[in-house]
Ligand binder design. Structure first.
Ligand SMILES: NC(=O)c1ccc[n+]([C@@H]2O[C@H](COP(=O)([O-])OP(=O)(O)OC[C@H]3O[C@@H](n4cnc5c(N)ncnc54)[C@H](OP(=O)(O)O)[C@@H]3O)[C@@H](O)[C@H]2O)c1
Length: 236
């Protein structure tokens, strides 16, 4: 699929074949629908225009029979969009991959996905290049206490709360360090859980938010994201 724009929602089988060719693989372990909004003829479709994300999901379900895909999941889905999708599913998504880090812990979504048996993958677990919580004194104190890096604290927190963080680094030493976990105490977990409650801290850290409060053509309301213009969310 196109990196940001979901241009293959109406041609799922063909999209998979193209991906397999590019990857030079016979099968893919986990195949995700990147965004709920489909792009057709250069136009972002509304929720009720076909293919809807439920239409696309039904095509993804068929891929499992081919053996070319071992499991399927979604990305950037909210409680709202999952509530619409799940009653139309034969197969429950294995994964929902969303932005999660201490500034956007997504407690409500985590509880919802847990109740449905959907594993949450935490993308941008460091906030990409906007690593706001890395500068938080409580966060730094926990890292110092464990003689660890702030990045290791972020990954350890994510794993310990039952999400799957996928940090990115182009630096081999950082890659090795980032997957070396530490054991956080319940008090430290709580301290990190509470960081988003500090003024100005509860927010998305990514740059894909339009000034009008839209992301790739859909409003926060269409996406079901509990945000307001500027990407801020109210404290949970
Ligand atoms: N499904 C989606 O819509 C979606 C959206 C966004 C991202 N993602 C995925 O999420 C994964 C990671 O997310 P991301 O790249 O957006 O953000 P990220 O992992 O939060 O941050 C990556 C940035 O952190 C830096 N970094 C890595 N290790 C560090 C360390 N120990 N200390 C300080 N900085 C460190 C990296 O720099 P160096 O490379 O120089 O180390 C890079 O600039 C990727 O696989 C991406 O494809 C998915």
């Amino acid at each position: 699929m196109d990196f940001y724009r979901s241009t293959d929602h109406h041609r799922v089988q063909e999209g998979l074949e193209e991906s397999l060719k590019k990857l030079d693989c016979e099968y893919i372990d986990l195949y995700l629908m990147h965004w709920p909004q489909a792009v057709l003829n250069d136009k972002v479709l509304c929720e009720d225009e076909h293919p809807t994300y439920a239409d696309t999901w039904k095509q993804m379900e068929k891929l499992l029979d081919t053996g070319k895909v071992k499991s399927i999941g979604v990305s950037n889905f909210s409680i709202k969009t999952l509530e619409i999708l799940l009653p139309q599913c034969t197969i429950i998504p294995a994964i929902n991959q969303v932005e999660i880090h201490p500034c956007l812990p997504q407690f409500d979504l985590k509880e919802y996905c847990d109740s449905k048996g959907i594993l949450l993958t935490a993308y941008s677990p460091f906030g990409q290049s906007n690593q706001l919580f890395f500068k938080d004194p409580d966060f730094i104190a926990i890292a110092e206490c464990h003689e660890a890096t702030v990045a290791q604290v972020a990954v350890s927190w994510a794993v310990q709360r039952g999400t799957v963080p996928i940090p990115k680094s182009a630096n081999v030493e950082r890659m090795k360090a980032n997957i070396t976990l530490i054991k956080l105490t319940p008090e430290e977990m709580q301290t990190i859980n509470d960081i988003h409650k500090k003024p100005g801290m509860h927010r998305s850290l990514l740059g894909y938010h339009g000034p009008d409060g839209s992301v790739f053509g859909w409003t926060y309301e269409q996406l079901g994201w509990p945000m307001s213009v500027g990407g801020f969310v109210s404290a949970q």
